[in-house]
Design a protein around this ligand. Sequence first.
Ligand code: SAM
Length: 213
Amino acid sequence: MRLRHKPWAEDYINENRHIVPEQPERWQGRWSERFEQRAPLHVEIGTGKGRFVNELAASNPEINVIGIELMESVLVTGVQRAADAPKKNLQLLQADVKDIGDFFAPGEIDRLYINFTDPWPKKRHAKRRLTHEGFLNRYVEVMNRGAEIHMKTDNQGLFEYSLSSLTSFGFYLRDVSLDLHRSGWQGNIMTEYEEKFFEKGMPIYRLEAALHQ
Ligand code: SAM
């Protein structure tokens, strides 16, 4: 992702602490209080500019949605979107997903989305892929027993790696698509990256993964 320095981003986020909680770990195990509704919790990791989470929350008021993004200068666009079209069921966290266990209690998450995450193609960087076993171990700590991971990517190598990593870990897969936009699958919400690849005519890979209960 091309990063532009946005000196105003910090101030803007500070002015919108109702969307970006200052100490997200304070809400661990209590997100339903923050949202003022008990509802299934869907979390996107590496949420980028937040188009996906904003649309997900707007079109599904019966769920609670959280987007996690490392980079302040990227997250701020998602915050602007949320401030322009307020939603009671959306929160955004500026955080590293490796710390996910600090923000959620065991079993608190019902669905995790991983959309167009960095592929880290070099073998020596495999541990950085967000579907590496090291990350999966952290996710399952905070996912409930029936929870699912939904993943989309344009990157065939990352997709093949993730199919293998998830099944080795004990997830079973369903609704695997090698060309989402020609598969007839309904209900897709485009991300920023997805739109770019879609416009170039590239196939989008998608999977759903769940743990055996
Ligand atoms: N999901 C968005 C989309 O599909 O348009 C953004 C995709 S972009 C390639 C990946 C994003 O993941 C970047 O914004 C990056 O900063 C974020 N990211 C990478 N590693 C992360 C981590 N460990 N924790 C949180 N966000 C991370």
